[in-house]
Design a protein around this ligand. Structure first.
Ligand code: GDP
Ligand code: MN
Length: 386
């Protein structure tokens, strides 16, 4: 899971990483207020998207007046920003970060990632930071230093010192950069990160060392123990995280019938029959055989989080470790907790078919039962037309 620059900065600040003063804004008015609160005479307005290389795409702008902060934010908010890292459609900007601008003397690079070969966290550093680091990495890889960190010892002060000196820093700047490396490593370990990157780490003309940009990814498999990070997810993309959290196979399609099915082959058959009956699936979600009641509930929420969905077709064949009544319990729990009252067509077959339907009824779930797939599809298509 990637988090926004401003979220990564808030996190790194707790680990003593020095930053320029700044704040997040969701509207042009808020951006104006943040700039006023920060004070100063110049500001950077930075589009917050979960992809890098914004600078070259117009997602980082320096402005010299508070009205310009507002106007620049207004120009970024609500607009899709396409960078070499977003894919062709770009990513819609829902918030900007407003930061006090600084005069840059040097731009350095610091990154930490798990090396796939050694499985160790590796500190990467380069004196040639900034927007061209990818080109530097491709063209002159030797200018990026790498240090594999021993997991038992952590990043030792003497090791950090050697990296800092290789960057050409000394005195108070070297002390600051060393603290930043140690802080980044502690943040990496504490949050189960897979990437922590500060690019650029700048030395300002005034001689301060600051993390001007920050990027963090958290290992999806560890999110369960970082609720506070999970809560940072983009509210506008609820499905993305549910998917990551539960590892569901989920496919978004263009129609309005949500499909909750167990098994990919059954899902394909379900989609085909819906189409034969004149309907269009909105999505399909493959409930894994080992799904717990909570996971089924999450799967159902995920299908319903798609606002295109007008009706949900549940097509579950019990067998092996999948029991219809267990699926029904999850469905029922999610249904009870939901605000949305979407028509539900349920076809259960195989293990505990009848107990599954009884469980739903006992939990007060309103649903249309179907005895076979064609009947289920016909009923779902009819409900979707209403
Ligand atoms: P990215 O392009 O998504 O990596 O966004 P960054 O936050 O790294 O910004 C891109 C570039 O904009 C940096 O490498 C800097 O050169 C420049 N930049 C960002 N903030 C400031 C600032 O406050 N002052 C100056 N002079 N340049 C800045
Ligand atoms: Mn950057």
């Amino acid at each position: 899971m990637n988090i926004h620059e401003y979220q990564a900065k808030q996190l790194l600040a707790k680990y003593g990483v020095p930053l320029a003063r700044g704040g997040v804004a969701f509207t042009p008015e808020e951006a104006e207020k943040v700039a006023g609160d920060i004070g100063g005479s110049g500001w950077a307005v930075k589009a917050q998207i979960l992809a890098g290389d914004r600078g070259r795409a117009g997602g980082v702008k320096l402005v010299a007046s508070i009205p310009d902060v507002r106007e620049t934010a207004a120009g970024m908010l609500g607009v899709s920003l396409t960078t070499p890292q977003t894919g062709a459609g770009g990513e819609r900007v829902t918030r900007v970060y407003v930061e006090e601008a600084c005069d840059i003397d040097r731009e350095l690079y610091l990154g930490m990632a798990v090396d796939r070969v050694t499985s160790r966290v590796t500190l990467m550093s380069s004196a040639q930071g900034g927007t061209d680091i990818e080109a530097v990495a491709a063209g002159r890889p030797q200018s990026i230093r790498k240090l594999a960190i021993d997991p038992d010892e952590g990043l030792l002060s003497a090791q950090a010192r050697a990296e800092v000196e290789a960057l050409g820093l000394d005195g108070a700047q070297a002390d600051a950069a060393e603290r930043i490396m140690i802080g980044m490593y502690a943040a990496f370990i504490d949050t189960d990160a897979s990437l922590v990157e500060v690019n650029p780490l700048v030395v300002t003309r005034a001689g301060d060392v600051l993390a001007l940009d920050a990027k963090m990814s958290i290992d999806d498999n560890a999110l369960f123990r970082h609720k506070e990070i999970e809560d940072l997810r983009d509210a506008e993309k609820p499905g993305k995280l549910e998917r990551a959290r539960h590892g569901f196979n989920y496919l978004k399609l263009s129609g309005n019938i949500g499909c909750l099915v167990n098994g990919a082959a059954l899902a394909m058959a379900t989609m085909d029959i819906i189409k034969q009956c004149g309907g269009e699936p909105a999505n399909f979600l493959d409930v894994p055989p080992v799904a717990s009641r909570e996971e089924v509930a999450a799967a159902f929420r995920l299908v319903l989080s798609d606002t295109d969905v007008d009706v949900v077709l549940v097509n579950v064949i019990g067998g092996g470790i999948t029991r219809c009544d267990a699926v029904a319990e999850g469905l029922g729990a999610a249904y009870q907790a939901l605000g949305r009252n979407v028509p539900l067509v349920v076809r259960f077959e195989g293990t505990n078919r009848d107990l599954g339907k009884k469980t739903l009824r006992d939990m007060g779930v309103q649903f249309t039962p179907a005895d076979n797939l064609r009947e289920a599809a016909e009923k779902a298509v009819a409900a979707a037309r209403r």
